[in-house]
Design a protein around this ligand. Structure first.
Ligand code: ADP
Length: 286
């Protein structure tokens, strides 16, 4: 069994042979093995239904793997409630639809992030000045201090997502998981929000795993891209490797698939870790 002491230096999360099969029989992830390095900004690309959200939810154990395990730095195999709680405490999530409470102020929404650090009983009491300061600093970091007391439903889409980022930061995370964080924004605002998120993660050395639909944004900000298709990783490398051929593998329609073959998971994971820029022929087309 893997333990934190066996954990390779510089790795934040390791996924070993993770499969997810939903009730009803759809297998959204097929025996996926990969690692996410500390401070790395990884982008997940793939068609709708490729398994990006499932992968993100798995990393946070919001969706339980059907097989395999997730191992987190300094915590180990996330196989009990205490470890999952510790992992979630330092893992922030950002969603496409923000998941903010519209009638509450930006500050109130950001303060919610601090609740995870307290017992259920303690959360009934007002948060301390220290906690409030962290929330205020987080809003300042995303350039929204002047909107702290504004109701969130009166903010623009881009501002709302910046509040979402501030809420994530107030958690003081080591890891940020963002599920299509800019999908509902216009292209200019989407780029600004991604630039902000990327800049913060880079500066604070926060590991980020971000799913995106926009290839151009992935190319601009990703350190590493994972291309998913049918619940399998078909590309793993730097954005410079996103050639037309690779993109057609990632975005091809399932109808065009004549034969699909997958390299044995262990072999593919090892090959990727040896050769970070490689686009492996994980998918064969006759
Ligand atoms: P993506 O984020 O790339 O669009 P998802 O991870 O949401 O992909 O979905 C992967 C596959 O799993 C899809 O076929 C989807 O229909 C299925 N799926 C996702 N969530 C559920 C669920 N809660 N129950 C059943 N099937 C699901």
């Amino acid at each position: 069994m893997s333990t934190s002491t066996e954990f390779q230096a510089g790795i934040m999360i390791r996924m070993d042979n993770v499969s997810v099969t939903y009730p009803g029989g759809i297998t959204a992830l097929h025996s996926l093995s990969t690692t996410f390095r500390e401070g790395e900004f990884s982008v997940l690309l793939g068609r709708s239904g490729a398994g990006k959200s499932t992968l993100l939810r798995c990393i946070n154990l919001l969706g339980r793997p059907s097989t395999g395990c997730i191992i987190a730095k300094d915590i180990g195999n996330l196989d009990d409630r205490a470890k999952v709680r510790a992992h979630r405490c330092r893992t922030a999530m950002i969603f496409q639809q923000h998941q903010l409470v519209g009638r509450q102020t930006a500050l109130q929404n950001v303060l919610v992030a601090r609740l995870g650090y307290h017992s259920a009983l303690r959360t009934l009491l007002p948060l301390s000045r220290g906690e409030q300061l962290i929330a205020v600093e987080s809003l300042d970091r995303v350039g929204l201090l002047h909107k702290a007391m504004e109701r969130v439903d009166r903010l623009s889409g881009g501002e709302q997502q910046r509040v979402g980022i501030a809420r994530a930061l107030a958690q003081r995370p080591r890891l940020i998981l963002a599920d299509e964080p800019v999908a509902s924004l216009d292209p200019v605002t989407a780029d600004r929000v991604m630039s902000l998120l990327h800049g913060i993660c880079n500066e604070m050395q926060i590991t980020a795993v971000v799913s995106l639909h926009q290839v151009d944004i992935a190319k601009r900000y990703a350190d590493r891209v994972l291309g998913l298709e049918g619940g399998k990783v078909v590309f793993d490398g730097p954005p410079a490797g996103l050639s037309e051929r690779v993109l057609s593998l990632v975005y091809r329609s399932s109808q065009s698939r004549e034969t699909v073959g997958t390299a044995p998971p262990d072999q593919s994971a090892k090959a990727r870790s040896r050769e970070p820029g490689s686009c492996e022929p994980l998918v064969r087309i006759k």
